[in-house]
Design a protein around this ligand. Structure first.
Ligand code: G3P
Length: 231
């Protein structure tokens, strides 16, 4: 049997280091994905955020690069050198330049996450370019009236039929707890989720109700035990 921590990996999709610290302390978080919008929301210098995550020991941190293919390669190399190839993943968009950059970086054993994936054909090209991860955007596909989770399933089918084992499907733009389990059941290897969805994964109204009942009954048991000892 596979070690459970090597499958169903969960990444947090945020640049908020306070929330990341809280999540990572559970031991259930396998990595972090950031993007320019999330960094902007944090109001911080991106490299200060990355350094804090490196120091926390986050095993895998997606850092997005922008510009032309050449600029993405240069920036990807610089970031991988500064933060170390082990923990650094360079995130590039699924464009001609991004795929070219992916090919160069992957050959240098720098992990690449090809992001903004909206079709199986994009995922195929990203895999051929040596991507470690492809990131289909589930929520944004749903926003446009077609099925984000079906996209995950379609990519997983292609990768399975073609024995593609070197690229993992990282389901992104996840908007609800239910989407996480469905994405995994459709073949995603990783789900990157906002911290509130991570919290929603363990919270359940019936767990709370059951716990209230157990706590109340436990108090009654303690009282009975104490009074029988008093006799
Ligand atoms: O990792 C990309 C993802 O964060 C995008 O999410 O909710 O902005 O579509 P969203």
């Amino acid at each position: 049997m596979k070690d459970p921590i090597t499958t169903m990996k969960i990444f947090l999709d945020t640049a908020d280091t306070d929330l990341i610290k809280e999540g990572f302390a559970t031991g259930l978080i396998d990595g972090i994905t950031t993007n320019p919008s999330l960094i902007m929301k944090s109001g911080r210098d991106p490299e200060e955020v990355y350094q804090e995550l490196i120091d926390l020991g986050i095993p895998d941190i997606s850092m997005e690069v922008v510009g032309t293919g050449e600029e993405m390669v240069a920036e990807g190399r610089r970031l991988a050198k500064k933060f170390g190839k082990e923990q650094t993943t360079i995130k590039v968009p699924c464009t001609r330049g991004g795929l070219a950059a992916c090919r160069v970086l992957a050959k240098e054993l720098i992990k690449v996450n090809v992001t903004l994936i909206f079709s199986p054909s994009q995922a195929i090209l990203a895999a051929k370019a040596g991507a470690r991860y492809v990131s289909p955007f589930v929520g944004r596909v749903d926003d446009n009236s077609f099925g984000g989770l079906c996209l995950v399933k379609d990519i997983a089918n292609v990768f399975e039929k073609q024995f593609c084992r070197s690229t993992e499907i990282l389901a992104a733009s996840i908007r609800g707890v239910r989407q996480v389990s469905t994405a995994f059941s459709y073949g995603a290897h990783i789900c990157t989720i906002p911290p509130n969805i991570f919290d929603g994964m363990y919270k359940h109204v019936l767990t709370d109700a059951g716990l209230d009942q157990f706590d109340a009954d436990w108090k009654k048991v303690q009282k009975t035990v104490t009074s029988s000892l008093d006799v």
